[in-house]
Design a binder for this molecule. Structure first.
Ligand code: ADP
Length: 630
């Protein structure tokens, strides 16, 4: 059969593996053993549910053979094997969903990131081998097939001889180089060490033929070499061990092996529950979002075991969407093996476990927030958006569960603050929670409306993510305090006297305001004077539920054909020199007053970062003004 090319992304990852700059090459063994164990899990599960598949559970094992002469490591399992089609799909493509664009080809750090994003998997064999052969037989196929690749050039698949169902992987180990002694990997002691280090917990025996030297029978000095099969792993699943007896390094190694991550988890949660329903759960929060998290390919879920037997790889019902980034497993002795997916959904026990797990994750996060602030902030930088979506989703059904896990940047020190902390340190006369919205913190700080609130000594929450304001709208209040956008018109500021003064000013200039309002009637609800501005001549405030930032976000959404519009008010700084000019124009040239009104309105839009409908016209007005300067 002709040689086939790897898919483009696979080729790139393969290239990184072959020329790996990654120092931890030894993890290839962990990956292959983990695949073998998964394959046995699959076959065993099928044997319990399909009568045509017969398996003797005592025979299930992973075998490692070292062939020093030919520089080969041979790893065999009696798992589910692969059909020709499966070989093509599973070993010819990496990152099935990936359509990554690879940038900065030679930047080493970036390379590791890229490998990390894909997970490590089978291709890691190429870090230590220059030829990989996979022989496999599936119970679903008549024949056995062999996949052979010598690296980047491609691979070929052909029929081969193999009696038993399962997979055999033959790694031809690279020649030693100046920096790397690949020969170590064909040494018994090394393999033993690696299995202990990374794969001790694997449920199936990992066996290897080892050589012992012993005294020859009937002699006193003569030694002979005997071969013996030894089981290298202890086989107790890590989640069934006592919590206090496990070191963090062991959890880390388990996580990285099981979930193919190059990085340690950010947080490990291990829990055993006894009671009406008993289960063990081992959960991890990865230290980065999966690369496909925001694509439709990402599937949340936990592995589900029934008394040690894997019955489902991604049980979605065990995790709420907003904790969808959590990885891990649940093992319960009370679950039936033959339970179908549909039945699982309605399974009362599973629902109870899911609820417990949700509460457990939540309480662990609360503990982290309380006791390890820095770690929590690191977590929040990665997953905060998820929690916010969780609070906002479904009209806020989960908002009360999540509101105390949310953080926002505060104006007082530009650091994260919780809503609880904000309300606890509010000034005595303050009765609402202020926030301001913008693309970046710097842009928010430029908002004309900010200054006034800040000058009163009030703290403001800086919202820079699109979702933020929607979350606050859904929450509506915290500890009885409403959320108020500093750019909304109903912001109640200033003394009674000041309010009176503003009213009078508006009254005195009623007709001028009327002309301005008429001119801008398609754009704004109202035109009025304000005392909230300091340096700026004008600003836009909003009336009603939708703010300007929400207008921007909603209009950016694809498929939103009918643009939405926030109801805005043009506010004019009562102390600005512009007021004098407007009054003059009202008396001398009403047409000019109209033009100036439009200019001021466009300026207010520009300050808010809003699009303007008529940039050319606006530019012409400004040019006219410049040309008129004497
Ligand atoms: P992952 O294990 O993360 O899916 P890998 O690159 O390690 O990624 O493996 C790709 C796929 O190849 C596996 O999902 C599995 O379907 C198949 N595979 C790998 N090793 C074996 C094996 N020993 N037996 C059967 N299938 C295997």
């Amino acid at each position: 059969m002709a040689k086939k090319q790897f898919k483009a992304e696979s080729k790139r990852v393969l290239d990184l593996m072959i020329n790996s700059i990654y120092t931890n090459k030894e993890i290839f063994l962990r990956e292959l053993i983990s695949n073998a164990s998964d394959a046995i899990d699959k076959l065993y599960y099928r044997s319990l549910t399909e009568k045509d598949i017969k398996v003797n559970s005592h025979d299930l094992e992973i075998n490692i053979k070292l062939d020093k002469e030919n520089r080969n490591i041979i790893i065999t399992d009696n798992g589910c094997g692969m059909t020709e089609k499966e070989m093509e799909a599973n070993l010819g493509t990496i990152a099935k969903s990936g359509s990554l664009t690879f940038k900065q080809e030679n930047e080493k750090k970036k390379d590791i990131d890229i490998i990390g994003q894909f997970g490590v998997g089978f291709y890691s064999s190429f870090m230590v081998s220059d030829k990989v052969t996979v022989k496999s037989k599936s119970p679903d196929a008549e024949k056995a097939y062999c996949w052979i690749s010598e690296g980047i050039d491609g691979y070929r698949i052909e029929e081969c001889e193999k009696e038993d169902i399962g997979t055999e992987i033959i790694l031809h180990i690279k020649e030693d180089t100046e920096d790397e002694s690949y020969s170590d990997f064909i040494e018994e002691y090394k393999i033993k060490e690696l299995v202990k280090k990374y794969s001790d917990y694997i449920r199936y025996p990992i066996k290897m033929e080892v050589e012992h030297s012993r005294l020859k029978e009937g002699t006193e000095k003569e030694y002979e070499t005997v071969k013996e099969i030894e089981t290298l792993n202890c086989m107790i699943p890590i989640w069934k061990k006592k919590k206090g007896k496990i070191k963090q390094e062991e959890y880390d190694a388990f996580y990285m092996g099981k979930f193919s991550d190059w990085e340690k988890p950010l947080k490990t949660i291990h829990t055993a529950v006894e009671g009406q329903y008993s289960y063990h759960a081992l959960l991890f929060i990865p230290s980065h979002l999966p690369y496909d998290y925001y694509t439709k390919d990402y599937e949340k879920g936990l592995q589900l075991y029934a008394n040690g037997v894997l019955i489902m790889n991604k049980c979605q019902d065990l995790l709420p969407d907003y904790f969808g980034f959590v990885k891990g497993l649940v093992d319960s002795q009370d679950l039936s093996l033959n339970i179908s997916r549909e039945m699982l959904q309605h399974d009362r026990q599973l629902r109870v476990i899911a609820r417990n797990i949700e509460n457990k994750i939540k309480s662990e996060l609360e503990k982290m927030l309380k006791n390890e602030r820095e770690a929590y902030e690191e977590f929040y930088n990665i997953y905060g958006t998820q929690l916010k979506y969780g609070a906002y989703d479904n009209y806020g059904v989960n908002k009360d569960k999540l509101k105390d896990l949310l953080l926002f940047i505060s104006s007082s020190n530009e650091k994260f603050v919780t809503l609880k902390e904000y309300t606890e340190r509010m000034k005595e006369n303050q009765d609402v929670i202020y926030y301001a919205v913008g693309e970046t913190m710097d842009k928010i700080k430029e908002l004309p409306q900010i200054e006034f609130v800040q000058n009163q000594g009030y703290e403001i929450l800086y919202l820079t993510e699109n979702i933020d304001e929607f979350v606050l709208k859904v929450l509506t209040e915290y500890a009885g305090k409403r959320f108020v956008n500093v750019c909304s018109e109903n912001i109640d500021m200033g003394t009674e006297e000041e309010k009176e003064e503003l009213k009078k000013l508006t009254e005195d200039n009623k007709d001028m305001i009327h002309i301005m309002k008429e001119t801008l009637k398609d754009d704004v609800q109202d035109v009025r004077f304000t005392n909230r501005l300091n340096k700026h001549p004008v600003c836009l405030t909003t009336e009603g539920a939708m703010s300007i930032e929400m207008e921007k976000t909603l209009n950016r959404q694809i498929g939103n054909d009918e643009p939405v519009k926030a109801q805005t008010i043009l506010e004019i700084n009562k102390d600005h020199i512009i007021v004098k000019k407007l009054k003059e124009l009202y008396n001398s040239n009403k047409e000019e007053l109209k033009k100036y009104s439009k200019i001021l309105y466009v300026q207010a839009r520009l300050i808010e970062g809003l699009k303007i409908d008529n940039p050319t016209e606006y530019s012409n007005w400004i040019c006219d003004l410049i040309s008129n300067v004497k």
